[in-house]
Design a protein around this ligand. Structure first.
Ligand SMILES: Cc1ncc(COP(=O)(O)O)c(C=O)c1O
Length: 464
């Protein structure tokens, strides 16, 4: 098996060995079916549910992206299946339409959430992201704003979507959000793409990463995805206060959110999932929660290494180690931070993209995420004290020069402009600043930004 593989792949990537390809098998009877698991995949999902403390786990073969897509689509389908929930498109002509499906989400959610809105036809209710007062880093959603949106949209709300922890490791008050949602009978979807490791950090774990017992009772499901460059494991969980009790256009009497997620995942994932990837998910779960618990120990050690770097840098002139969960962060709604993330900014005008470039070119150090005004680094089970020292040394070096800083600009994966959104001068300035500082802009009709496709012109001609 694998003997016909392209020689370049075997030589350059696999080191001349075919071992990995021998496991790159399709849906053979012995290997189970991701979309109707009854054997090893079902067992792996049950073990993962147990490890994460979830009622149900789905293994995802297409990243957190497909977890986010399926969760939101499922919530909208379930909402439509509830009494009064005929989708607008199916409403008889002239009837004024059926009930809207509103999804409440932060404006700085990952683009997969925006794509889910498009695919599900949901109406967004964007909440302005709370920002860390000094650094401008997004801190997630405030409970007061969330409650106000739930009240405003009433039974039109199909789901609340939030991201916790964020890319930079800021954890929102998920417990309060869950209470608010469950009180309103609305499913809460938490995009935990960056948080699968948190439950295994023991005392280093920030407060909201593991749900309370009451919350676990109300939890509908949890999805796990493949680890990438940027993740320790990764997960998304959909949590709903009530089971769907059927009817409507979405399905029969037993149409639950769980069922809706299963159906939606079948539509957004490859029908031929990579069994190598699936095996890697199970291996990661085994490593974290299995008998030897090596990965758990290594994660805790990594948290200590990160602490050491934080402490060392805190006395270095020109470097600000951002404490997102600190006094000002917590006042703004951040209840904790991922101990394995380190976010720093530089005084004297060195922006995040410039710092990233210096780190790569001069030190071979790759940041997890460069932002316009800061850089975020991630520690993991493979991090060593030497890695931490090398990073601290490189950052000291970056703090030496000073150049002009750019304005707050968009982050990777968070669209600066959405289809249908008014094109403001601020958004244009932000995009131009990204371009100027060496960032890459994707998703626009002209990547040079020399032209733009305007769908509707909202500015009266005399004001242009
Ligand atoms: C918050 C968040 N959600 C979802 C995703 C999508 O994850 P993936 O690229 O693994 O599909 C990302 C990607 O970085 C993310 O940052």
């Amino acid at each position: 098996m694998g003997s016909g593989a392209p020689s370049r792949l075997v030589d350059l990537i696999l080191g001349g060995k075919l071992d990995a390809l021998r496991h790159d098998l399709p849906e053979l009877p012995e290997l189970d079916n991701l979309f109707a698991p009854e054997g090893p995949i079902r067992d792996a999902e049950l073990l993962a549910a147990d490890a994460f403390g979830a009622a149900k786990t789905w293994m995802l073969a297409n990243g957190s992206t497909c977890g986010v897509l399926a969760s939101i689509i499922a919530c909208v389908q379930w909402h439509n299946s509830r009494p009064g929930g005929a989708p607008l498109a199916d409403a008889p002509a002239g009837s004024g339409g059926g009930r809207k499906s509103v999804v409440i989400l932060p404006r700085d959610a990952h683009k997969s959430a925006v794509h889910a809105l498009v695919l599900s036809g949901a109406t967004p209710c964007f909440l302005p992201p709370i920002r860390h007062p000094e650094s401008g880093v997004g801190l997630g959603v405030g409970t007061a704003e969330l409650k106000a949106a739930l009240k405003e949209h009433g039974d039109e709300v199909a789901a609340v979507f939030m991201v916790s922890p964020t890319y930079e490791g800021a954890c929102s008050d998920v417990t309060s959000a869950a209470e608010a949602c469950h009180g309103a009978g609305v499913p809460l979807v938490v995009d935990e793409a960056h948080g699968a490791h948190l439950a295994f950090l023991g005392e280093a774990q920030p407060p909201p990463s593991r749900p309370s017992e009451e919350e676990e009772e109300g939890r509908e499901g949890k999805e796990e995805e493949e680890g990438g460059r940027d993740k320790q494991g990764g997960s998304v969980f959909a949590s709903g206060g009530t089971e769907g009790d059927g009817g409507g256009s979405g399905g029969g009497d037993d149409f639950s959110i769980e069922r809706a997620v299963t159906d939606a995942l079948a539509t957004v994932q490859s029908s031929s999932p990579s069994y190598l990837l699936l095996a890697s998910l199970d291996a990661a779960r085994w490593d974290l929660a299995g008998a030897t618990k090596n990965a758990k120990r290594r994660l805790r050690e990594a948290a200590l290494i990160a602490d050491g770097v934080r402490e060392e840098l805190s006395s270095v002139e020109g470097i600000n180690v951002l404490d997102l969960g600190g006094e000002s962060g917590s006042a703004a709604g951040c209840v904790g931070t991922d101990p394995l993330r380190l976010t720093v900014s530089f005084e004297g005008g060195v922006g995040g993209y410039e710092a990233d470039e210096i780190l790569i070119e001069d030190f071979g150090v790759y940041a997890e995420l460069p932002g316009p005004d800061y850089v975020t680094f991630v520690f993991g089970p493979g991090s060593t004290v030497e890695h931490g020292q090398r990073l601290a040394e490189a950052l000291r070096h970056v703090a030496l020069p000073a150049q002009k800083r750019c304005a707050h600009t968009p982050q990777v994966g968070i669209p600066a402009l959405l289809p249908g959104e008014a094109i403001t001068q601020a958004a244009l300035d932000a995009l131009a600043a990204v371009k100027e500082s060496g960032g890459v802009i994707s998703g626009c009709s002209d990547a040079t930004l020399a032209t733009m496709r305007v769908v509707v012109d909202l500015v009266p001609s005399e004001r242009r």
